[in-house]
Design a protein around this ligand. Structure first.
Ligand SMILES: [Zn+2]
Length: 78
């Protein structure tokens, strides 16, 4: 499926909603890039859903090993 509805023929420049141009035998591509926003529009909803202010949520986060544990693991492999 095409990324967006409006397509633009590369060969004759016609506008269409199909991937194959109805005016010539050219291939039509998306007329413009997809709209995209770096802002997370649903961040508030997501934070409420995961209850990020609760202390229980903190325990679900992944933890790194301490530096001592990491060094120990490296030296034991060798
Ligand atoms: Zn065309």
């Amino acid at each position: 499926m095409a990324r967006q509805l409006l397509q633009h023929c590369k060969k004759c420049g016609a506008w269409t909603l199909q991937r194959d141009c109805p005016h010539c035998d050219g291939i039509a591509n998306a007329a413009a890039p997809i709209k995209w926003s770096p802002e997370d529009q649903r961040a508030n909803i997501r934070r409420k859903m995961y209850d990020v202010e609760s202390p229980e949520w903190l325990t679900t986060l992944p933890n790194l090993k301490t530096i001592t544990e990491s060094r120990k693991a490296i030296f034991e492999e060798e």
